[in-house]
Structure formats: structure tokens, C-alpha cells
Design a protein. Sequence first.
Length: 73
Amino acid sequence: MDNGQGKFIYNDETDPTEKELKKAVMEAMNPNHGGWFREGEIIEIRGSRFRISSVKPTQLRLKLLIKKGDTDE
């Protein structure tokens, strides 16, 4: 999760009720957060698709995905 101060916070979600509680606590602690990021999640930025490789306190590592229909010929 982005805490709104230029840092990412790790959020381990296991149990659905625990997930909701952790989300509420994290949002209360970081009201300016910009969104949630999870490893393996696919996001799109300016028309390119990326898979999130890792989330660290000050880093979000992305792997560029091949566009559908693009091949090396």
C-alpha cells in the first residue's frame, strides 16, 4: 500500500475478516494513501501492461509484459 508519504507498506492478507480489519487500520493510519499494490498483480500504465514483481518500503518493481499480438519475427 502507498502510505501517501513516498513509502510502501507491506500488507499480508490471509483471512477475509483479518483482511478487512487490516485494511481499515492501514487506511486510518495512512489517510493519504494512493492505492494498494500486491505482488503478481497486473497493472496498466500509459497503455503498457506490467506485473508487480516486488513491493518494498520505497520501491515497486515492475516487469513489462508482452502485448497481445506482438511477436519477434
